[in-house]
Structure formats: structure tokens, C-alpha cells
Write a protein that binds this ligand. Sequence first.
Ligand code: GLN
Length: 502
Amino acid sequence: MTAGRAATGERSDGSAIDVTTLTAHRCRELLAAGEVSATELTRAYLDRIAAVDEAVQSYLLVDEPGALAAAATVDAKPRAERSPWEGVPIGLKDILCVKGMETTCASRILKGYVPPYDATVISKLRAAGLIFLGKLNMDEFAMGSSTENSAFKTTRNPWDLDRVPGGSSGGSAACVAASEAPWALGTDTGGSIRQPASLCGVVGLKPTYGAVSRYGLIAFASSLDQIGPLTRDVRDAAALLDLIAGRDPRDSTSIGLSEPAGVPDRGDLEGLRFGVIKEFVGDACDPGVRDVFDSTVDAIALLGGVCEEVSLPSVERGVAAYYIIAPSEASSNLARFDGVRYGHRTAHSQDLYEMYTRTRSQGFGTEVKRRIMIGTYALSAGYYDAYYAQAQRTRTLIIQDFEQAFSRFDFLISPTSPTVAFKIGERMADPLAMYLSDLCTIPVNLAALPGISIPAGMSGGLPVGLQIIGPHFSERGLLNAAHAVEQKLQVEVVAPLAEVER
Ligand code: GLN
């Protein structure tokens, strides 16, 4: 145990356990064995947040009273009557509506908004008895790759506090890496689960579009958004996916999974073919990332998997198509923030029109305004064909490239991010450099495929992630393959953070 780390519970042999470094699976086992109570577990995480979050800044809101009350309710129940995950804490990206808990999307325009309902994923976790620790920082409306677009704070990378945790689910990734929650939910529209998972050295899964209900997820780009887990290992990702997946009558685009992910236990990759996406491993990648990726390819081969290069020529146009499609959808989705129904309203206005414009000018940050302008322009009558329709045609080509690749390969692999975590401020003046952070992840959303990032190694003391992409609804196989690679690589996922503990 590191000095200053919270420790709760005594093992039967008397030794103390630092529960905040454990996977959710281990937490569940300790709860079931009566080695730790839900209150002790929750208290340990709240103490850990108190000790390190001033430095990491991953939480926007910590619901200490709510979490402790929920934990006490669990402890009051006989163990035999509890459901399996009851009493395990979790952190939630602040884009998910939680009844009675302020939900801001890290935007001034939603400051003070308290949803009157739970998102479907939240109802499911509530029913399963999970304890909600609080809401996690993110880029405003999930637009960004560094969490610097939050209106409220900049989250720091637990491996190097001068660097970004990635984004937009930067709070979710950082809190898991900093042991401020055993696992967390994030959302991924173009990479927002996988890229921060990669930069913070944790596991992040973007499910197949439609596997998880989007009801109660504040919409950014509805044809791309998916909710998914950020965890310390692949087994936890599978478990959390199974907890949240399913068809939901409140989201007509939801289908659920064809089979539960279960508990991944595959130990080898015999008989599996992996396509190495040529377009993502060339010059686009930092040499350090490339080195780690090459060793991962060797590890896959040692496990019996066959790796071969494959070209998907259209994916190079993924970022361009995404930055038409996502802002177009966003410009429409964000029209609802008008000062009438939710959150912020300007204090001074002469008439309705001025109230709308002032509210929106004050409430939205720079990046969100940029996206609304791009999207409105791309959808305008004179330019629709040149931009939006063209981007949709490109999206179709990307889908076809993936389809063809999956006729030859079981899975496709690439680095998750072309670089390791960059310095805070480094890409803020250059939106294009920021957009390219998602080069390898964006095409996966455009094709609605499932993708996972797992820690693959370190470069210069910073984590590097491996992305594995599967065919639609292949989550079970994808998680099993990821588990086999994870077991072979044995990468450390708990950031040391020794300098900030108090
Ligand atoms: N970084 C990308 C963007 O800014 C993706 C964000 C996301 O997946 N939510 O749009």
C-alpha cells in the first residue's frame, strides 16, 4: 500500500487491502465474501478522491451523501439477497442524465440543470445496485480530444499532470487511472472513450452502434454516439457492457447485443486473423507509439494469431467526413438549448430573439460555436450537396472498406491514438491538430463498429493503447481476443501519482 492511500477492510489474515486499486470484479468478490462493506468501499473511494482530485480534477461533482446513503442501503440487506454488482461504486460522465443530480455536459448553458429522469443506462445501473460516486469532467458537449474544452476545469493525465488525459471522456479515463473509481461510463462519438483510455492507460470500449440505449445521453451526433465502459481490465469492460446493453423502447435505434459478452476467458488467438490497418501505422504515428504497436503485433503472433497488413483506402478521409457529419448533427441537436427549457438564460434581453442569441452566445464555448457554425453551413440549401451529401457518400465508402476487410479478417488492429498524451495547451490553438488525435478511431464510429482500446505498453513513461476493431455485434469475440492480448502483455494500469497524495 502506498502512503496516504485509503485502506479499508481487513483480510482474514489481518492484512489491509487498498481497495481503490482493485478491479470492479475484485470489489465484487470482496463484498460477496464480506471482507469489505459497501460503505467501507465507497468511503475508500471518497477518501481517495479527496486526496488526489485537487491535482487530477476528474470530477465535476462528488455526491458524497448520495453515495454513502446508497451504500448503507446495500449494507442493510443480507448478502444472500443482493444482486451480483450491488455495492460496487462507479463514476459517470457528466453527459448522462441522472435524476436529481446536476448534469451539465461541462457547459455553462446547462449549469444548474437537474434532470427529472434517469438515462436508460443509469436506470439499469441503479437497478443493479451500483453506487454513483459523481459526475466526471469532459469536453463541452463531448466536442474535443483533451477535456480542455470543459467550461469548468481541465482534467490532468494521472501519469503526467502537465499533460491532457485525452477526451472527450477525459474525466472518466483519468478517474479510473487515478484510482478514483474502479470503473466509469463514457461516451464515444469519434473516439471519446478509446482515445482517453489509450492516453491514460486504461481499457475503453465503444460498443456497436445500437448495442446500448442512448436515451438520456445528451445528444452530440446521434448517428455516431454510443455509451461504453472505461475500466482497469477487459473483464470489467465486458461486465459493464452486459449491465448497460439491451434494446430500449425509448431509443428506436437500439437493438442490444446478439449474445452477452460474458466473462472473457480466452487464453490464445489460434485460428484468428488480424488485419493491421496500413493507413494508421505509417508516418501518421509517433515512432514511440509505433514501437509499442510492433511489439503488440509480435505478442499477437506468439498467441497464435495471424497478422497481415490490410489497406482501407477510404479511412484516410474519415476525419474530413466526420467533421461535416458530426457538426451537422450537432447544429440540429444543440438547437434545443435556447434559454427556455434548460439551464442558463441571459439576464438582459429586450425581446425573444435577443434572449435566444445572448443566451447561446454566453452559454456555449468556442469549440461548440465553431461546430454549430460548420454544421449550419454544411446543411444550408446552397452547400448541402457539396458538403453533407458528399460526406455521407464518403461514409458509405468507409463502411464498404471495413466490410471488405472483415471478409478476410476476424479483427482489425491499429494504435488507438497516433501519439501519447500531449501537453496541456499544446493543441488548443490548432483545431486541425486536435481533430487529428482521432484519426484512428473516427472511421470506426462512421461504420458503427465496436472498437476497444487496451493498454499496450509505455513510451517515454506514457501509456500507449492498442485498438482492436470487430464486425458489428462481435463484442463477445472482441472482448475475448482483447483479454488474451491483455493477459500476454501484462501492462500496469494504476498510475503512481505518488507526488500528489496527501
Ligand atoms: N474528438 C472528437 C470530436 O471532438 C470525438 C469526440 C467524441 O467522440 N465525443 O468530435
